[in-house]
Design a protein around this ligand. Sequence first.
Ligand SMILES: Cc1cc2nc3c(=O)[nH]c(=O)nc-3n(C[C@H](O)[C@H](O)[C@H](O)COP(=O)(O)OP(=O)(O)OC[C@H]3O[C@@H](n4cnc5c(N)ncnc54)[C@H](O)[C@@H]3O)c2cc1C
Length: 415
Amino acid sequence: MVIGAGAAGIAAGRRIAAAGRSVAILEARDRVGGRCLTDTVTFGVPMDLGAHWIHAPADNPLVPLARAAGFGLYDDAARQRLVIKGRNPREGEWEAFASALTRTQRAILEAGEAGREVALSEVVPGDLRDWRPTIDFLKGPWDSGKEMGEISCVDYYNALETQDMFCRQGYGAILAKLAEGLPVRLATAVTRIDWSGRGVNVETPAGTIRGRAAVVTASTAVLASGAIRFAPAIPKRQLDAIQALSCGAYEHLIVHLPDNPMDAKPDQAFVVKADTAATAKALARIGGSDWWYLDIGGRFARDLAAAGPAAMKAFAAEFIGNEFGPHARRAMGDVHVTSWTTDPFIRGAWSVAGPGATPQRLRLAEPVGQRLAFAGEATDEGLWGTVGGAWASGERAADQVLRWVAPPAAPRRRR
Ligand SMILES: Cc1cc2nc3c(=O)[nH]c(=O)nc-3n(C[C@H](O)[C@H](O)[C@H](O)COP(=O)(O)OP(=O)(O)OC[C@H]3O[C@@H](n4cnc5c(N)ncnc54)[C@H](O)[C@@H]3O)c2cc1C
């Protein structure tokens, strides 16, 4: 039994089915993909509403699978641009920004490599002056969905980082394709898992389903909310890990900007010089279209998502006017916003370990009573917070479960 049909659940389901065992994947929503979803209807181009950057392509198990399935992957090659209140940087400003960013990155990585379980905010160089709010935003809310004081240098260091890629058809489209043919029961929210007996009894509004073991892939925010009850309660070790690996917040405000008012290259990132945490980073002309992401994160994103779509759209308009100028504001058309933070089956962005909490990732992944295996992005050490990490964790959990059940019968010979 697999709970959740996001990346981890799809990977686990495929692995169990490939081993010749029967599997049921129970998904609360009426679609697969979880936090990795491509909208192919609204924008005239495939638009990722959740994950979009294919991180760490060399280590990402989805890259070879996507290529084999014929998806078009390409490098995130365009150099990012810096904009300061509607103008290009003057001489020396780009260098000052790049130096502040590089020195901060180096300080975080050095602390992480040395195993110092301290917050990112503890190691930021003290002389960033008016670049500090921009760096705080980029290394905290934009990179990780939390403030710098809530992120461990070791967790940050562990995250594998190389140049990212994009998928022409959308990252979510890859998952939808890889889920084809799997026995997914949609609109089946699990409310309780009874693992007191030999197997598991999984309760849903449609009835109780019995299985030998369960792979649980719901986000740590969903698990912490108590939306899925366990009988008996799961061990304190896993409960503590779920609490320690809480999810941050990250949302896309997807803005239509026809006529390319910023003279942007396709898929080019725009950093604005920030004064406060109420800011965004932009990704221009997604896949060559006229649609842009304005990405917000951390406490600001959580508050704005709670305030609702109208407040999010108002921020997008204000941001475009203030940061890109009145000509860009005039060009601006429709805005669509995501709401992962308020989605009852997600409740945040992705897990982030605070100082001291990095070892909790492996603890959450420890098998429970040969009946429960937790998977999902939170349980991967090197690709945490990513689709690739979720996929790898699903495969690992499936291998675990397969070791608990008897090996499949040898195939019968055809007569
Ligand atoms: C806005 C945003 C941008 C992101 N950008 C990137 C990016 O660019 N690159 C990247 O690699 N990652 C990115 N991420 C993170 C990435 O999307 C996740 O790490 C990954 O998709 C998590 O997969 P998962 O299988 O662990 O969990 P999920 O995708 O959350 O899957 C869990 C599934 O369980 C289901 N579920 C929950 N409760 C129940 C229940 N009670 N019963 C049954 N089913 C249930 C959910 O509906 C969901 O489908 C982003 C995330 C967000 C929100």
